[in-house]
Design a protein around this ligand. Structure first.
Ligand SMILES: [Zn+2]
Length: 68
């Protein structure tokens, strides 16, 4: 069963769950979707996606490698 964003209730993707852990708390079980994370940190959503790709490229284990 997919986790849901605690702010808006929509299902979060693995990447969004990973971002919540990375940005808020590694041990959290309360996840935010990208839109709500952006609101929470008051940054454009695009910045979060840029960060996500940075983390992924750095080999962060929270994010699955891009499949070709
Ligand atoms: Zn949300």
């Amino acid at each position: 069963m997919a986790d849901k964003c605690i702010a808006c209730g929509r299902e979060v993707t693995n990447d969004e769950a990973g971002m919540t852990k990375k940005l808020i708390n590694r041990g959290t079980t309360r996840y935010y979707c990208m839109d709500c994370l952006a609101k929470y940190f008051e940054v454009p959503v695009k910045n979060l996606y840029d960060k996500l790709e940075e983390f992924r490229e750095a080999g962060c284990t929270l994010f699955a490698p891009k499949t070709k």
